[in-house]
Write a protein that binds this ligand. Structure first.
Ligand code: ADP
Length: 536
């Protein structure tokens, strides 16, 4: 039968089979909140009525500025299943970028957590299309605004019935929109549709990918405004997994520990810095995380030192993954293949540091500067291209995709990588971050991973510094753990024997903090600006 793949079917399925399965949230306004799939989907029906009353038409964009909690999940389903498009926005972007993307998306309504009121008030007169401002809270907790007419989410929900006549949607109906930094210029919108979302959810659940099931308790510590919390709002209901949503407390080791222990979390997903916070908390307090058995770490390269600490101290296995907003976002997951378990530890670690293999549904290759395919030998570097069922075929509002997609539909990721004979991807760098010394490439990621294994290094970044002789040379920027005076010779000396001598940074700077982008990644562009003048 050719029935459409829609998010509405995900909702129907888990409402039928997992109605009592729990959804636990830390909310921005009232602490821990306990709910269920049944309750969330019931309220998604009410959300759809609210949208009708507020004049939302099919295809209109509905924005959210919100942390991970049950209300955001209700909007995920209420908005997309009614035929509108959920535009999740990263509140950490600069106000000019926020105004740009909200106007570009032509957002009609914005639903936001109370803590973002000052941000929204500051933006409002720059927004050309927003006509309703809804605060995600209850009447008693409504903030006041002198400049905006605010609507109260819980009030609106309470005024509507919990049965909505969901429309029959084509599977290619747009469902959600998320802006990414893009390789150049303004942020770029990535528009997901129902079909790509369902296929991505299937892909994530597969045994060789995340292997999600109804025995899992899943904690996405990646924001629902960042590439749809890596698809977990859709894959968890498909698998029937209990969901634990940490709200605004994502960088707080104590909260993450309490949620894992109290809710029995079995798998958690997030970027490396989140896990550094949790691991530091566990080390300080001597506490354990007994139920957690695996983590998916991606978004930036995961150093082996994090994987080892998780495994040796806490019995938690780390899957390294790679993805992009343009890929919904899952691109690869590192699952060792039969036989690899028997490798010597150092060889196994070499494989585990790679970003892994594609699930069924994604294809990848590397090409040279002329677009010619390069061998998958684990040594040859090239520009990484992908295609597949959940890869975007253009950016939102841009008719011409020739800059990013070739004639056969392959998307240029902006990453430089190797792929080995067994299909394991190893990201060398972002194209714009790769260091070219004497015409040869040096991987800043590999150097950073080695640097953070040194006890004097808490966080590290390697950037290319102009050099008369070599073009560029690597420079190491380091943040040290509190109370530690780093020994430069010992840190720079620790690279010896682990990489080619000419890869070893010539110099090092100690800083109090390393700048990060709105999605929590090291901002190499800011660092380069900061250090270029130092070295001129
Ligand atoms: P943004 O640029 O807005 O942060 P994305 O989150 O979509 O947007 O970033 C995707 C990029 O993040 C990838 O192209 C890649 O450069 C980087 N990335 C993601 N996962 C990894 C990983 N495991 N190792 C190295 N780089 C990664």
């Amino acid at each position: 039968m050719s029935t459409p793949l829609t998010i509405t079917e995900i909702m129907r399925f888990s409402d039928r089979l997992y109605r009592e399965t729990e959804i636990i949230s830390i909310t921005a306004d009232e602490g821990v909140h306990r709910s269920t799939y049944g309750a969330v989907f019931k309220r998604a029906n009410q959300v759809a009525h609210v949208l009708d009353h507020l004049g939302v038409e099919p295809g209109n964009r509905v924005a959210t500025l919100a942390w991970n909690d049950h209300r955001h999940l209700e909007l995920y389903y209420g908005v997309s299943c009614s035929g509108a498009v959920l535009h999740t926005i990263n509140p950490r972007l600069f106000p000019e970028q926020l105004a740009y993307i909200m106007n570009h998306a032509n957002d009609q309504i914005v639903f936001f957590d109370p803590m973002f009121l000052p941000l929204v008030e500051g933006l409002a007169d720059k927004l050309s299309s927003v006509n309703s401002y809804v605060v995600l809270t209850s009447k008693g907790k409504m903030p006041e605004s002198s400049s905006l007419t605010l609507l109260c989410y819980e009030d609106l929900i309470a005024q509507n019935t919990s049965s909505y006549p969901w429309p029959v949607l084509e599977e290619t109906t747009a469902s959600a929109l998320c802006y990414t930094s893009g390789t150049t210029g303004n942020p770029k919108g990535v528009l997901f549709d129902h079909r790509s979302t369902v296929l991505h959810a299937y892909g994530c659940c597969m045994a060789n990918v995340l292997g999600l099931s109804h025995n899992d308790v899943v904690m996405p510590v990646v924001p629902m405004f960042h590439a749809n919390a890596w698809g977990t709002p859709y894959s968890c209901p498909v698998a029937g997994s209990k969901i634990v949503l940490p709200g605004p407390k994502m960088a707080d080791g104590e909260t993450l520990h309490a949620l894992i222990e109290n809710e029995g979390v079995t798998i958690a997903l997030g970027v490396p810095t989140v896990w550094q916070a949790l691991l530091a908390y566990l080390k300080e307090t001597g506490k354990t995380i007994d139920t957690l058995n695996r983590t998916l770490v991606g978004g930036s390269a995961c150093p082996i030192s994090i994987m080892e600490e998780f495994e040796k101290q806490h019995g938690v296995y780390t899957y390294h993954g790679w993805g992009m907003t343009e890929m919904s976002p899952l691109g690869t997951v590192n699952r060792l293949i039969p036989g690899m378990e028997k490798l010597e530890e150092s060889d196994r670690n070499e494989v585990r540091a790679k970003q892994g293999r594609t699930p069924f549904g994604v294809d990848m290759k590397i090409v040279d500067a002329d677009g010619k395919d390069l061998p998958h030998d684990g040594v040859t570097f090239g520009d990484l291209k992908v295609r597949g069922w959940w890869v975007a075929d253009s950016y939102f509002g841009e008719d011409d995709n020739r800059e990013t997609h070739d004639e056969a539909g392959w998307f240029s990721t902006g990453d430089v990588a190797t792929i080995d004979q067994q299909g394991f991807l190893n990201i060398t760098d972002r194209t714009k971050d790769v260091i070219k010394s004497g015409g040869e490439w040096i991987s800043s990621i590999e150097l950073e991973n080695l640097a953070v294994a040194h006890p004097h290094v808490a966080e590290a970044a390697v950037i290319g510094i102009n050099d008369k002789k070599w073009g560029e040379r690597p420079h190491l920027v380091v943040v040290s753990p509190e109370g530690v005076t780093p020994d430069e010779d010992s840190i720079l000396g620790s690279f010896k024997g682990k990489v080619a001598d000419w890869w070893i940074p010539d110099s090092m700077s100690l800083v109090d903090s390393i700048p990060h982008t709105a999605t929590g990644k090291i901002s190499k562009a800011t660092l380069r600006k900061q250090f270029t003048s130092t070295f001129e």
